[in-house]
Design a protein around this ligand. Structure first.
Ligand SMILES: Cc1ncc(COP(=O)(O)O)c(C=O)c1O
Length: 450
């Protein structure tokens, strides 16, 4: 048997026992040892939300180094949609890693990159001619989408939205709304980036049309369409609080962008790949973005990202203007092709809707029992509750207490929101109904006890 630093190697994937099993306190002694080693070796600025050290994962569980089996309601932040160590992904990676690991697509190309581009062009919204370029991370995809939109339009200004999150590189920090922890102390930021008001029905009570008119007014009066290269927006905001804009908001923005030679970019890094019950969240209102940024769920956990867009936009920059050493690495593209098979064969769109229905009904029941649950929102397997105090103000402290209690009980949950008061659920689509229900009942108990 092969060994890891943590002990005997454990095989992950869907054959792992699908159970919540706590055999030590969380974190257990072996995780504690690793926490000490981490503190002595890793930058303190790289935080860990739930510091139990993983040795295997699959289905709906993550097994830690102490033998605890935890319910995964985070999917590594919306990445392992097809499940951890999914067999389609694992097999594709093993085969590729034994053939070749890297040549650099810009030097000696290979077919996996092309095949993935063909597939992404086919499955993304709109039947117009499209082209794709591959990168390593969501932030890198966003950077490139903006570069391309600026080149194509010959304009420089970019609009992002309140509560938006687009990454941690310099340009994407400028696009991201929330200061702590993403931006504070890291400026100055890239210039010519502006922010427009988002549609946030729980807080603003506006219809989609009204909220769009407000955002368009900001863009016209504070920037001017003649300077604006692109609008970038998450169809459902991720880190910003799972904010689902009111119906009509996205189509109205898209219409205005199209009429004003402004490239409409949907950042589907978090919402993409079956997460919301559709392959892409833009489909919900038949929005056809000019460009899309994709990452996370694309490759079953391997680092890969894509920009997919209208052919005339994607082909605008000069040859050699786009690229990077590792973008579209052959192992990552093989993993993506494997994960696309898993989406198809596992009927994961339907599965996301089923998981969404379970979460919607359990979270709505929580809201009816507890006035501190101000809002239940999301779509498919991307659901959240927003927690508020007796005055209706965001309650970040309560959110933290509930999350901590869930972690101690062996359920991995994430928080988000500009005010830190949103509790978000992103289970892998490979989780069973039973495990999801058990996770939800742990959350309900944690909320009741806090
Ligand atoms: C909508 C959105 N865009 C961009 C990013 C950045 O992606 P990455 O962390 O891969 O750079 C994220 C990450 O959470 C995201 O949710």
């Amino acid at each position: 048997m092969s060994m890891t630093a943590a002990g005997p190697a454990v095989v992950g994937g869907p054959s792992l026992p699908q159970e919540r099993r706590l055999v030590t306190a969380i974190p257990g002694p072996k995780s504690q040892e690793l926490i000490e080693r981490k503190n002595a070796a890793v930058s303190a600025s790289v935080g860990t939300m739930m510091p139990v050290y993983a040795v295997a994962a699959g289905g709906g569980v993550i097994v830690d180094v102490d033998g605890n089996s935890l319910i995964d309601l985070g999917s590594g932040i919306a990445v392992t949609n097809v499940g951890n160590a999914d067999p389609h992904v694992a097999q594709a990676v093993i085969e590729q890693v034994q053939r070749f690991t890297h040549t650099c697509f810009m030097v000696t190309p290979y077919d996996g990159y092309v095949e993935l581009a063909e597939k992404l062009n086919a499955i993304t919204p709109g039947d117009h001619a499209k082209r794709t370029a591959l990168f390593n991370s969501g932030a890198e995809a966003v950077e490139n989408a903006i570069k391309i939109a600026r080149y194509y339009t010959g304009k420089s200004a970019v609009v992002a939205f309140d509560h938006g999150y687009h990454g941690r590189t310099n340009l994407t920090m400028a696009l991201t709304a929330k200061a702590m922890p993403y931006k504070s102390g890291f400026g100055p930021f890239a210039p010519d980036v502006y922010r427009a008001p988002m549609s946030y029905p729980f807080r603003d009570g506006l219809s989609g049309e009204e909220a769009a008119a407000r955002a368009i007014h900001t863009m016209e009066k504070q920037i001017g369409a003649d300077r604006l290269a692109a609008i970038i927006i998450e169809p459902i905001q991720g880190e910003g609080g799972f904010v689902v804009p009111a119906k009509g908001f996205l189509p109205a923005l898209q219409k205005w962008a199209n009429a004003n030679n402004v490239v409409f970019i949907a950042d589907e890094v978090q919402t993409g790949f079956a997460r919301t019950g559709q392959m892409f969240a833009s489909e919900d209102e038949n929005v056809v973005p000019d460009m899309m940024t994709l990452a996370k769920g694309i490759a079953g956990g391997l680092p890969l990202a894509a920009v997919v867009g209208r052919q005339e936009i994607m082909d605008a920059p000069h040859v050699g203007g786009l690229g990077g050493t590792y973008g579209g690495n052959p192992i990552a593209t093989a993993a993506a092709l494997g994960s696309l098979k898993a989406y198809e064969e596992g009927d994961l769109l339907e599965r996301a809707r089923e998981l969404g229905a379970i979460m919607q009904s359990e979270l709505t029941a929580m809201k009816s029992r507890d006035p501190r649950v101000g809002d239940v929102r999301g779509r498919g397997a991307m659901m959240a509750i927003e927690l508020i105090d007796a005055d209706g103000k965001p309650d970040a402290a309560l959110t933290q207490r509930v999350a901590k209690a869930c972690h101690a009980a062996g359920v991995i949950v994430l928080t988000c929101g500009t005010d830190g008061n949103v509790f978000r659920l992103l289970p892998p689509l490979s989780i069973t109904d039973e495990l999801l229900r058990e996770g939800l009942s742990v959350i309900a108990d944690a909320l009741a006890a806090n």
